[in-house]
Design a protein around this ligand. Structure first.
Ligand code: ZN
Length: 247
C-alpha cells in the first residue's frame, strides 16, 4: 500500500513540476512546439538537467537546493509547490475524493501561480475553469448546492460596486467552486479561506512593517487551501462549529 501512496504523491508532484515548467516557458514566450519538446535546463548556466535534478521534491533535497553544474540557488517555490500538490493528491486519494476534483486542483494550481506572480488571473483561463465547473455540476446534478454560492456570489458582486474587496476573478472562482461542494462544505470553504488570508495579511504587515491598506494579498492560493480543506474535512469542521455553538 505504501508504494501506492508514494506513487500518488509523485504523480501530483510531477504534475506540479510539469505545470511550473510549462508556465515558465509560456512566460518566456517559447514557441508552442518548444513547450513540450524542449529539455529542461538550469536557468542560470543553461546546462541541461538530469533526471535526478528534475525528480520532484527529492531532486531539490539531493542537490541541496543548488544547481549541480554552476551552484546557482534553485527557487524554493518549485519544490514547495511540488510538495503541496503531491500532498493534496495523496489526501484526495486517502479520502476517496471523486476524480474530477483532481482536475479542479490542477486548475487552482495554475490560477494560484498566476495570482502569486501577477496579483490577478487570466480571464480566458477563468472562463474555461467556470465552464469545467458547470460541466461537472451538470453531470453530478444537485440543486441544493447552488443556493448559497449564488447568494454569496451576488452579495459580493453588489458589495464590490461600493467597495472593492474581492477581484471579479476571485468572485467567479468562489461561485465555480461553490457549486461543486455541499452547502456545509461551501460555508466552511468560504470562511476558512478568508480567515487564513486575513491571518496571512496580519503576519505579512507585521513582518514587512507596512500599513494594512498597502498589503496586497493574492486571494486564489487561499481559496485553493480553503477548498482543499473543506473538500476533505468540511463536514467534520461544520459539525464542530455546530457543536461549539450548541445548535
Ligand atoms: Zn546552473
Amino acid at each position: 500500500m505504501l508504494i501506492t501512496y508514494i506513487c500518488i504523491f509523485l504523480i501530483g508532484a510531477a504534475l506540479a513540476s510539469f505545470l511550473n515548467a510549462t508556465l515558465y516557458r509560456i512566460e518566456k514566450e517559447f514557441k508552442w512546439k518548444e513547450l513540450l519538446t524542449q529539455n529542461s535546463h538550469c536557468e542560470s548556466c543553461k546546462h541541461p538537467l538530469s533526471w535526478v535534478d528534475l525528480f520532484p521534491v527529492l531532486g531539490f533535497i539531493i542537490r541541496l537546493g543548488k544547481c549541480k553544474y554552476c551552484g546557482a540557488k534553485v527557487n524554493p517555490y518549485y519544490p514547495i509547490s511540488e510538495f503541496i500538490l503531491g500532498t493534496v493528491f495523496l489526501l484526495f486519494f486517502l479520502f476517496s475524493i471523486p476524480f474530477y476534483f483532481y482536475i479542479i486542483i490542477l486548475f487552482l494550481f495554475v490560477l494560484s501561480t498566476y495570482d502569486i506572480k501577477d496579483f490577478g488571473i487570466p480571464k480566458d483561463l477563468t472562463h474555461i475553469f467556470l465552464a469545467v465547473c458547470l460541466l461537472i455540476f451538470v453531470f453530478t446534478f444537485d440543486i441544493t448546492k447552488i443556493y448559497i454560492p449564488i447568494l454569496i456570489g451576488v452579495s459580493l458582486l453588489v458589495i464590490n460596486i461600493f467597495k472593492k474587496s474581492f477581484g471579479l476573478g476571485d468572485i467567479l472562482l468562489i461561485l465555480g467552486l461553490g457549486i461543486l461542494i455541499s452547502k456545509e462544505q461551501f460555508i466552511v470553504f468560504f470562511w476558512l479561506s478568508i480567515i487564513i488570508a486575513l491571518f496571512y495579511s496580519v503576519v505579512f504587515v507585521i513582518v514587512k512593517r507596512i500599513k494594512i491598506k498597502k498589503a496586497k494579498v493574492p486571494m486564489v492560493p487561499f481559496l485553493s487551501i480553503g477548498f482543499v480543506i473543506s473538500t476533505v474535512y468540511g463536514e467534520v469542521i461544520w459539525n464542530w462549529v455546530l457543536k461549539f455553538l450548541q445548535i
